[in-house]
Ligand binder design. Structure first.
Ligand code: NAP
Length: 352
């Protein structure tokens, strides 16, 4: 049986779900992929980097976290103050990076990802900020070192859009894409379509745990901009700078505008779109241009995106072979984000 040593940086919602899934699905991983996965390292900001060559007992680590005890209380493990120190001093085959980056800031995840790939370690990550600013660089680094770099849960969480682009739609030319990529904003707009005003709808999203106490990244479109940049890299091989994505959030959407849209047979949605534009010269030497936008739009009810409600996400991809493909599914949540990164782990495990 092949052994696969997994290090998990960021042991919050996503990291803990991944560890639990590795434990619960141990027999399936052995049967399906022919690998025995052991979690050799776990890191958090507060507790530093915990490592044991022979593998950590996952239930024991999860129990410590549940009891709010420090990871240092785990017996017989080595510990370093920071994840980078620990990564440099220990060995693993796969790094799962799930620290809590904000979508506008690539660190601390980017340093962890560069370090691991540079050492020839496979990387799977849910960190949007790092992937938004450096997906192509990280993919090139992975190729250079003969390892995989996967980031499924960064866009639409466990709803498999990136693997669909990479594997299912491999070889197609993507002609454009548009979608609903933020469940919090979509939940608020769905409630506004039912008659609530923005402030009440936001309060509901916060009460249900969909919106952070500071909802800026969700309602001002920054989170969607990060996802647009990741999609631009994945589908078009294009490193899209943040300031080239036209961004408008939903904070100035009034109840009157929502009711007017309903009267006109439309629904207002926060829509992300990426459209390739022909280069400005005719020689073909100029790089392809992408027009990328995140903005509220009134969509007619005949548009499939108009009926995507609540915290659901959706993306329609136009291709030169299978025309339009639309994927709809949940875009956040522990199991959803955990499933995305678990699928990445399985992809690595299958290839070895
Ligand atoms: N939750 C979702 O539905 C979802 C969906 C898709 C993508 N994501 C992305 O996945 C990532 C993780 O999300 P989450 O919900 O699991 O976040 P979370 O619950 O807030 O957990 C974040 C973890 O990262 C750790 N961390 C922060 N800085 C660190 C550092 N420098 N070194 C080591 N560990 C560090 C934190 O440690 P402390 O607790 O000690 O601070 C915590 O254990 C984020 O980038 C998020 O955007 C989440």
């Amino acid at each position: 049986m092949r052994q696969l040593r997994l290090a998990i940086i960021g042991f919050g919602t996503v990291g803990r779900w991944l560890a639990g899934a590795v434990h619960r699905r141990r027999a399936w991983l052995e049967g399906e992929c022919g690998v025995a996965v052991s979690v050799v390292s776990v890191a958090t900001r507060r507790d530093g980097f915990l490592h044991r060559d022979a593998g950590l007992e996952i239930p024991a680590v999860l129990d410590l976290v549940a009891a709010r005890r420090p990871l240092a209380a785990y017996p017989g493990a080595q510990r370093w103050e920071t994840a980078l120190d620990g990564l440099a001093k220990t060995e693993c085959d796969v790094l799962a990076e799930a620290s809590n980056t904000n979508p506008r800031d690539p660190e601390p995840a980017l340093s962890h990802l560069r370090h691991a790939l540079g050492r020839g370690t496979h990387v799977i990550t849910s960190s949007k900020g790092a992937c938004a600013s450096a997906a192509l660089e990280l993919a090139a680094l992975a190729r250079q070192h003969g390892v995989q770099f996967r980031m499924e849960s960064t866009v639409m969480s466990g709803t498999p859009i990136l693997s669909t682009l990479r594997e299912g739609l491999a070889g197609t030319r993507v002609l454009g894409m548009r979608g609903i990529l933020n469940g919090t904003a979509n939940h608020i707009l769905t409630l506004m379509a039912k008659g609530l005003d923005y402030v009440t709808a936001l309060a509901d999203a916060q009460a249900q745990g969909y919106a952070e106490p500071d909802p800026t990244d969700d309602v001002e479109g920054h989170d969607v901009v990060a996802k647009v940049r990741i999609l631009a890299a994945a589908a078009f091989g294009h490193a899209l700078p943040c300031d080239q994505v036209i961004r408008r959030g939903i904070t100035d959407i009034t109840s009157e505008a929502v009711q007017q849209a309903a009267h006109d047979g439309c629904r207002i949605k926060l829509v992300a779109s990426i459209q390739p534009r022909p280069p400005s010269d005719r020689t073909g030497a100029a790089p392809m241009l992408l027009e990328a936008r995140v903005e509220p739009l009134a969509l007619p009810l005949t548009d499939p995106l108009a009926c995507v409600d609540g915290v659901m996400n959706a993306l329609t991809v136009q291709t030169d072979t299978v025309d339009e493909v639309t994927i709809i599914g949940p875009g956040a949540g522990p199991a959803q984000a955990g499933q995305g990164i678990f699928a990445d782990l399985v992809a690595v495990a299958r290839v070895g």
